[in-house]
Structure formats: structure tokens, C-alpha cells
Design a protein around this ligand. Structure first.
Ligand code: DX5
Ligand code: ZN
Length: 234
């Protein structure tokens, strides 16, 4: 499959549809290409790629080189989630490696508006994320500048954690604001998403579901897991 250079693919998706964005963090890194191809063939919508610096979060993951290696394998949007203290340093490397959307954390050390503009300047769509303990009112004034808001439903850093049910009211509040102001912004959730919590976050107003463990480490197999998730979107 030939990779299209159009970086606006994620922002042009309808905000009224539900999308599944598996996190490759939970894939088998010894056969990452195989897992990526299998997931795309099974019908996922977006690849979510978690980038960790061992400082903003207590874990390391992958760098732009891996993203670049995966890029020719897929024509789906690459949604890069930067869990970095200084995201500005890595926007261009990930955009050049094939990112379509770049999400950074509101809590990172770099200036928020500068970071948004830097991502915008690469042609990628822009996401802003907030950790579970960050109040939604801190990021609400920024929502008219971004394409996506990522509400973390676990503390970022590791896959396989338990969903934080207290984030449902945060999703509701952000959804209500986006609707009231008629903003064109995806509401993404990430952390502890399975069929049960997935149904609840859709009801709460999110439309892009990131799921790692429940897709790539599902006992019933990757294809079946994706098939079951797809039914939630009906
Ligand atoms: C956590 C990452 C998530 C995580 C999701 O820091 O941002 O994308 O890998 O994994 P699960 O679905 O296993 O919670
Ligand atoms: Zn993530």
C-alpha cells in the first residue's frame, strides 16, 4: 500500500463517527510489522503511537526511527502521542518520520501556544492531552486552537492499567463545551479501554478510542478483538 503524503487525514475525519486507534505500545515488538499489517487488515482506523522520554513519564518507548520504518507499511493516519518534557524538540523529527497527528501534553515544560503552532507548521493536525489530575478548565480555553483533545483515562507511562471512572465526568464536561461552542475537535480517550469502558466513554462523548492491551494482548486474538470493538461503533 502506498503511503499518501496528505497529513490532514485525521483532522478531516468526521467528529460524529467513532474510530478505533490501537496503541502499538502493546504490540509484539519482535514482530511489530506483522502486528501493524494484521491490525490494518482487520479494519482499524488509526495507529496510536506512544512516545515516552523516561522523564515526563517513568518509561521509555520508541523514537522517530521506528515510526519511519513503519510508515511504508500503512496508509492509515499515524497519531503520535508525545509524553515528553520538551515536545518542541521532537515535533519535526516525528512529522518527518510520517506522523499525521501530533499530540503533546499540556503539562509539559514547553510553551503551549508555541508548541501548537510548531505542530501546525509541520502540516500535522494538533492534539492536546491532559493527565487525569489536570482540571479540564485549564485546557478548555485552548480547544479552539486544536483538532483533538486527548483525555488520559490512566496516568500516562504504562499500558495495562485500570481505567479511571472518575474521568467520565471530565469527558462529559469537555464534550458539553465543544458542543456549546460548535468546535470541530475530536475527543480521544487513552488508557484502560476495553469493550466495557469503551462503551461508556462513547456514551460520555468521546469518538476516538485508544486501546493497547485489549487489542494486541487479547486472548481471543487481534482480529476478533477489533471485530468486537467495531460493533461498539454501530
Ligand atoms: C499510556 C499510553 C497508552 C497506553 C494504552 O501512557 O498513552 O496509549 O499504552 O494502553 P492500554 O490500553 O493497555 O491501557
Ligand atoms: Zn497514548
Amino acid at each position: 500500500m502506498k503511503y499518501s503524503q496528505d497529513k490532514r487525514r485525521l483532522s478531516s475525519l468526521s467528529k460524529d463517527s467513532i474510530y478505533l486507534a490501537p496503541s502499538i505500545l502493546a504490540a509484539d515488538f519482535s514482530s511489530l510489522a506483522k502486528d501493524v499489517i494484521s491490525a490494518e487488515t482487520a479494519g482499524i482506523d488509526i495507529f496510536h503511537i506512544d512516545i515516552m522520554d523516561g522523564h515526563f513519564v517513568p518509561n521509555l518507548s520508541i523514537g522517530p526511527g521506528v515510526v519511519q520504518s513503519l510508515r511504508p507499511l500503512s496508509n492509515l493516519p499515524f497519531d503520535v502521542h508525545l509524553m515528553l518534557t520538551n515536545p518542541l524538540n521532537f515535533i519535526k523529527p516525528f512529522a518527518d518520520a510520517g506522523a499525521d497527528n501530533i499530540t503533546f501534553h499540556y503539562e509539559s515544560d514547553d510553551a503551549v501556544i508555541e508548541t501548537i503552532e510548531s505542530i501546525r507548521g509541520t502540516g500535522c493536525s494538533v492534539g492536546i492531552s491532559l493527565k487525569p489530575d489536570t482540571d479540564e478548565n485549564e485546557i478548555i480555553p485552548l480547544l479552539n486552537r486544536v483538532d483533538l483533545v486527548l483525555i488520559m483515562t490512566v496516568e500516562p507511562g504504562f499500558g495495562g492499567q485500570k481505567f479511571r471512572y472518575d474521568m467520565i465526568s471530565k469527558i462529559n464536561a469537555i464534550r458539553d463545551y465543544i458542543h456549546k461552542e460548535h468546535l470541530n475537535v475530536h475527543i480521544q480517550v487513552d488508557g484502560g479501554i476495553d469493550l466495557d469502558t469503551g462503551k461508556q466513554v462513547i456514551e460520555a462523548g468521546s469518538n476516538i478510542l485508544v486501546a493497547g492491551t485489549s487489542i494486541f494482548k487479547n486472548d481471543s486474538g487481534l482480529e476478533n478483538a477489533i471485530f468486537e470493538f467495531q460493533k461498539l461503533a454501530l
